[in-house]
Structure formats: structure tokens, C-alpha cells
Ligand binder design. Sequence first.
Ligand SMILES: Nc1nc2c(ncn2[C@@H]2O[C@H](COP(=O)(O)OP(=O)(O)OP(=O)(O)O)[C@@H](O)[C@H]2O)c(=O)[nH]1
Ligand SMILES: [Mg+2]
Length: 480
Amino acid sequence: MAVQLRRPILVGGIGLSFGLWMLQGIHESVAQFDEVGVIGAIALGTGLWFFQKRGSSKIDLSPLSSPLERATVEQAIAQTQRVIDLVEIEIGDQKQLRQQLAQLTAELERQNLQVAIVGGKGVGKTHLVKVLQSDWLPQQSQSVNLQDTPTLFVSNQAPEVIPDSDLVLFVITGDLTDTEFQTLQQLKAVNQRTLVVLNKQDQYLPTDRALILQQLRQRMSELLPADDIVEISASPAPVKVRQHQPDASLQEWMEEQTPDLTALTQRISQIFTQEAQQLVWASTVRAASALKAEAKAQLNQARRDRVLPLIEQYQWIAGATAFANPVPALDLLATAAISTQLVIELGGIYQQQFSLSQAQSAAQTLGSLMFKLGLVELSTQTIGGILKSNAFTYVAGGVVQGVSAAYLTRLAGLSLIEYFQEQEIGANAATSQPLNLERVAEKLKKVFQENQRRAFLQGFVKQALGRLRSESAQAEPTPL
Ligand SMILES: Nc1nc2c(ncn2[C@@H]2O[C@H](COP(=O)(O)OP(=O)(O)OP(=O)(O)O)[C@@H](O)[C@H]2O)c(=O)[nH]1
Ligand SMILES: [Mg+2]
């Protein structure tokens, strides 16, 4: 039993005794799962980009978001400024980001309101814009800009982009499709003020109209208040009129119908009177987030460039260690001892300060996660298979362990990059948070999948063999 306990973790089949030994560590990790909440990070482009549904991020469905305070908007701008400051420190002057930042502050006082008309194919967007422009806009004291937009939901591939605006008129013609519903959820999630406009109501009998509207309001009750769902006819079809003439003949003609936008224009006027300031502030917060995301992406790219060589360095150290001491010395803890230093160094670059003990437990956690997710076993098996099936001339004892250790260290490092990249920048830089295990596990799985292709692994094995061979020039490897 004692002998088995000392079996190296990176050898293919992992013994039961080792599993038991790991249990305590895993236990701790599982307990931490409950403590840590799910991070729901919403990334914004210049417009609103609709990302594919993410399994874990929950969308807030509370009926009404609380009103924005000016201080909150200023805080959002200040946060963006902090990230841009960092970009300048780490990368250099950022004229364009600075200019955009200056615009944000000016945005706070903006008087002109942007209204975007969006929706699927042929729902009547263009007709609606025209009628609003000719019949409604001229009577407004408020300065308004109406924007017709390209058809949504035409391609499954391209991400749907809704131009950033103060108010979105989301046009539909009947019941909501699932895609439309999801889009509305996403708009709500980024605090985009939206009205749902049910167009082409001239096509229904008045009794049906009432029913359709009622059902729609019910279905969307978690998303929008009933007042924000209105019915209109932007361009009603002409109606055939028949008239009996005194001479008993029947005369027929088509009669043009006038558009009916009353419910919509009333609601918009109300919103402009009551919420104009809020609309502009909400847009400013979204613009600040978008700019922050842009700055953060630059920062992340630059940091990644600095971190990758570090990971490479550590992966070869881990590989060499496991290769030179394949039997007793290498267990998970030995690898973890190396990754502790890696956690500290990576954390330093991402401004996540870890104490030695925090980094140790983070490294251990990573190790047990990799084990629990089956990555250790899978990797060693695949690598063993590649070594066997390719007639590599140099297959000495400890090679599987060495290559696997390097590979697993690389996975751990890349997962940490992904994890650190989505952490809030500037906030709590001094008090570092414990790793959110659920999130780290997601990153591990993602990175593992991305690096699991056979072609990549074959290349990696080849490269690792080269490294290990040069290591062995100094020390003779122990036979397996
Ligand atoms: N019956 C009826 N037809 C309407 C109404 N509004 C628009 N239409 C018709 O719907 C068709 C499409 O109208 P558009 O305004 O071009 O629709 P759109 O959403 O801009 O279309 P795309 O830009 O192609 O996505 C036209 O034939 C309009 O006449 C309405 O209230 N009632
Ligand atoms: Mg159109």
C-alpha cells in the first residue's frame, strides 16, 4: 500500500490509494463551490453584440431595473478611466481610448435622443420609420434621431448587432419566436430600454387583436411591463369597399387606410417626458462598459504576450522534473510546487496578488480539478498512445511522465490566463479573491478541448521529446 501511495500521479492508471489520498483535497474544493457565486460578465462591443448563450450566466429578469443615479454613471466612467490608465502604464500612450473617454463625459449632458427601430424580416421597420418621421417627429420639442436598421435574424452565423441607442423599438407582427425572446432578454440584461411594437394589427379582427396583445403581455410579463408592449398598424393594407347603388348595382373600390401609431407615440412621449435623462445615462453606462471592454482586451492581449513565455518555461521545468524522477519523487504535490510559483507570477502580471499559501492552495486546487475532470488520465493515455504509435527513436523511462507533466502545466497555465482575463480590472487588486472553482473548472475544460486535437498533441510530444533529450544529456534517466 505504501508503495502504491508513492506512485507517480502522471503514470497512466491512477491507483485507488492515490484516489483516497486525493479525496480530502477534493472535498475541500467541492465545499468551496457553494461559497463562490457565478460571475456573469457581460461584454459589450460598440453596439450590442449578442453572444451565444452561455450556460452559466444568468439573466436578471426582474420586471424593472432600479433608476440610475448620476453617481453610478460617473463611477462607470471612472472605472473605464482606471483601465485605460493601466493600458497606458503597461503598453504606452492611448490617444484614441483617451478621446473616447472624453466623449463619455460629454455624453452625460446629451440632449438629442437616439431611437433604433429593429426586428426581423419584413415586420415593417422601414414603413414605421417613415410614418414616424412624417407624422410624429415634426411635432416633437425633443430632438430625436430615428434609425432604421438592417433585418435581424437572417443569418445563423453572424452575430446580431443592434446599434447602441437610447430607446429600441423592437417590432414584431405576431407571437414572439424563441430567438426574438432571447434577443429581448439580452437587451434587458444590458439595461437597454426597449418597447415591443406589435405591427400589422390591421390584419386581425379587433377581438383577436385584443387577445394577441393580452397573450403577448402575459408571456413577457417578466421582461417588460404591459405598457411597454403596444400595437400599431404602420402601413395598413387598403380595404375593399362595396356600395349598393340606387340602381341596385354594386360598386367596389379599394380604400387606403391611414396608419395607426397612437399607442406607440403616446408611450414614447410619456417615456421622453419621464425618462429622457435616464435613457441618456443608461446609454452612457453601456458606452463606458464597451470602452472598458475594448481597453481590457488590449491589456489582456499584451499581458498574454508576456505570460506565454513564462508558461513555456514552467512547463519544461515540470517536464524535466517528472522525467528525471519518474518513480518516487513526482506526485501531484511536486508538480503543484512548481505551479505555485507559476500562480504567483501569473497573478502578478494580472494584478491578482496571491500570498504564498493562497497560491499553494490555488495550485493544489488546479491539480485536483484536473484530476477530477479526468484530464490527467486522459492526457497521459493519449500521450502514451502517441509515443507508442509513432516510432520515436527516443523513448526512455519517464518520458510519458515528463511529457505529461509539461502538457498539464501548460493546460493549467493557459486556464489561469483565461480565468484572470475575465476578472474585474482595478477592483480589489490588493485583496485577492480565492479562485472561483466553478469558473476555473470551466476554463480548464475549454482549454483542454482546444489543446486536445491529436495534431497539436503530436507536435507537442515531438517538441517535448526534444527538450527532454537535451535534459537527459546531463542526467541518465531511470528506466521505467
Ligand atoms: N398589412 C400591413 N402591412 C404592413 C404594415 N406595415 C408594413 N407592412 C408591409 O410589410 C412589408 C414590409 O414592410 P417594410 O417596412 O419594408 O419592412 P422592414 O421591416 O423594413 O423589412 P426589411 O427591411 O426587409 O427587414 C411591406 O409590404 C409593407 O407594406 C401594416 O401595418 N399592415
Ligand atoms: Mg427595411
